[in-house]
Design a protein around this ligand. Sequence first.
Ligand code: AMP
Ligand code: MG
Length: 424
Amino acid sequence: MTTNDRIKTQASCADDFDPDTLSAERAEHRIEALIRPVGGCEKIAVRSALNRTLAEDVYSTVNVPAHNNSAMDGYAVRSSDLPADDSTTPLTVIGTAWAGRPYHGSAQEHQCVRIMTGAKIPDGTDTVIMQEQVECVDNMIHIGPGHQPGQNVRRAGEDLGIGEIAVPAGKKISPAELGLFASLGIAEIKLARRLRVAFFSTGDELRSIGEPLAEGEIYDSNRYTLHGMLARLNVESLDMGVIADKRDALNEAFQYAASMADVVITTGGVSVGEADFVREILAETGTVDFWKLAIKPGRPLAFGTVNDALFFGLPGNPVAVMVTFYEFVQPALRRMMGQSDVRPARFNVPCQSRLRKRPGRMEFQRGVLKVADNGSLSVSRSGAQGSGMLSSMSSANCFIILPTASGDVEPGDVVCVEPFEGLV
Ligand code: AMP
Ligand code: MG
């Protein structure tokens, strides 16, 4: 098969039923088949690891917590001193145990130790009574019935035992893992190296911020949304600016991007009329399919390789860029970063709005997911749905995903949502 054979039809027309289209699911599978995690790892200080991927299992070398300790402020007692019936038992307070300052003596029969949360359980004791549940007079406390032996004690190793896997390889590092590493006394961890992503916009009508706009020209917004979406993934991104729709300029940009990065992302230039141009250039250096996806917005999408880099040619429309990024690019990047859990969460909620939808394509409408005072979730549409309208993307916090065969949605119907802001 020659490279040209592998370069398929360009996106076209607005018919909603089109036999040449590719479903979102099949596109995802084709992308998945080409993805390999990038090799290489590096040692990084724990604080800088947020959102990156752990490259090897981290084992616990200590018990967490290290000692049995108190979960409450109260009194550490011997369970054999707990009253057996409805009576009360008097105990003598022989000292105090603080967090980080243990009581070094040992409690004998009918003795107890005043204890603070986190303090080591003193020798001889095994149970903690909350301070609110005792009567304290001078150096004596009186405890009543209803206590269980061993209560309010956090056991050594109950969070993590020596030799257990504390965090498995492939885990995306969140604030909880930062704390977990710290609790094990670990200062540096081995992470998959950062993914390198180069991106540029194509289009003669595009200007960068700071440049004056001539008639018919617009500011390039796609590079800004891409910058934001990539920054959240903690990849190393290289913004190459706007590249004019000129063969030499585009060719040079593709070559440079592919030499610098693991992944090249472009926006614009993959729809009818424009695709030929990009197709010709990539025929020399890449293996790229031009897909007509059965989704709205985001119908045209180019995918393949340019030299050794993976290539995503996203549509030009600003909302279509975000949809195709979240649905196809982000899971692929996460896989390349070594993460295993890459799909965004989707769930069903009642829809409060009427949604217009023609059968034939899967639609990603913009929605606002809300939590009512009683805790129940519902979604409503967020403004006009044009594929160039970033304002409705800004007021939305989720996609309402309407399946291919679905028609209009009536208020009260249950729909599938995928959050991308706020609730994630
Ligand atoms: P294209 O896919 O290149 O035909 O572009 C489709 C639409 O998206 C056109 O209206 C373009 O002007 C617009 N567009 C393309 N690239 C950008 C960009 N980087 N920022 C804002 N709008 C864009
Ligand atoms: Mg264009």
